[in-house]
Every structure is written in C-alpha cells, then in structure tokens.
Design a protein around this ligand. Structure first.
Ligand SMILES: *[C@@H]1O[C@H](CO)[C@@H](O)[C@H](O)[C@H]1NC(C)=O
Ligand SMILES: *[C@@H]1O[C@H](CO)[C@@H](O)[C@H](O)[C@H]1NC(C)=O
Length: 189
C-alpha cells in the first residue's frame, strides 16, 4: 500500500513539475470568445503553466482580456477601422442575417488582421525567442496556426468556444457530431 502511495506521490510530483510555456491565440470577435480564451488561460496558469495571450482585436469595443493571469497580453489592432464592425449582427442585431465562413466581411477581417500580424516582423522575432512549448489557437481563423508554424511551435491545439464549425471538420477529416446541425455560422443552403 505504501509502495503504491509512493508511486502516486512521485507521479504527482512529476506531473506537477511539468510546466509548459504556452502561447494562446484568440480571435476577439466578441466578449464571450475573450472570456472563453481567458478561462483557458486561467486553468493553465492554475496548473502551473506560463501563458502569453495574443488577442486579435476584431471587435474594438471588446477591451476585456478575459484573464488577469496571463504573463503577457498582446493585442493586434488595424491602423484603419476593423472590417468586423460592419457585420450585420454588430450594425443591427435585429436584422435577419446569415453569417458564413465565406462571408466577404468575415474573409476580409481574417485577411486584414493576419496580414497586419505577420507584417510585424519585430514582434514575430520577439515571440520566436520565447520558444513556446505549446500553441493553442482559436479556430475561428487560421492565422494562429500559421503563426505557430513561423514560430516553430511543434505542439499545437485548436479550440472553439462554440460547437466545432463544419469547415474544421471538413479540413481535418473529422466527423461532425450529429447532435447539432443548426450551425449559425454556416450557410443554411
Ligand atoms: C488587458 O491587458 C492589458 C495588457 O496587460 C492591460 O494593459 C489592460 O489594462 C487589460 N485590460 C483590462 C480591461 O483589464
Ligand atoms: C507592413 O509594414 C510596413 C512598415 O513596417 C508598412 O509600410 C506596410 O504598409 C505594412 N503592410 C501591411 C500589409 O500592413
């Protein structure tokens, strides 16, 4: 019994001493996304990891970070107005609307923010020096995964603050859960 307890103790000790340096990339499309990403940061920091948070400020009215525990918080803003502010749900939430991944404003937002991020070579170099062990990215756009590639982060993960979107299932060859089919962000056609 005491032998078993000793093993458990040492396994616990090893697990608790494994501290990773994590970069979490979040798309700041709404407050709920920021809160979800912030909760992930809090959980990781509580488990002893060091986490830096990078927020793409798609919605400039969302100023919260979702966490106070990240070591560093970086924000990417555009020099001009974010295209995301022209989305129907922000302009007039009562207007009937269809949002899809191929929505022109959604595409423009993803492209503009990604171009702006990847154009900041000094910032990218600064991140590279950190030698993060793990990159965790919101999958509402794919810039985070591209960034992790540039930074040489080999362990990467993705998350959705919502059910997984169809496009991710298609791209990764994953089956879509049959229990939900009313994907708000995909074409209803
Ligand atoms: C978000 O984080 C930045 C950088 O740490 C900080 O300057 C800012 O005050 C934070 N915002 C809020 C609302 O806490
Ligand atoms: C990239 O940065 C340079 C200056 O650092 C600027 O002149 C150029 O307009 C930027 N390009 C984009 C796409 O933001």
């Amino acid at each position: 019994m005491s032998f078993l307890l000793s093993i458990l103790f040492f396994v616990g000790l090893i697990c608790s001493s494994l501290s990773f340096k994590v970069l979490l990339y979040n798309t700041g499309s709404s407050k709920s996304h920021i809160q979800f990403g912030g909760a992930l940061v809090n959980t990781l920091v509580d488990r002893g990891h060091v986490v830096d948070l990078l927020i793409m400020s798609w919605n400039p009215n969302v100023n919260s970070n979702g966490t106070y525990l990240a070591r560093n918080i970086y924000r990417i803003n555009l020099n001009e107005e974010s295209p995301w502010t022209r989305m129907d749900h922000l302009v007039d939430s009562m207007r009937p609307q269809t949002v899809s991944f191929s929505h022109p404003i959604y595409e423009e937002t993803r492209q503009e923010f990604c171009k702006t991020l990847l154009n900041q070579s000094d910032f990218i170099e600064r991140l590279k020096i950190e030698q993060y062990d793990v990159g965790i990215s919101s999958l509402y756009d794919h810039c985070g995964l591209g960034l992790f590639y540039l930074l040489g982060i080999r362990s990467t993960m993705g998350f959705f603050p919502t059910p997984m979107m169809d496009w991710t299932g298609w791209e990764l060859g994953l089956p879509m859960a049959p229990s939900y089919i009313s994907d708000l962000l995909c074409d209803q056609t």
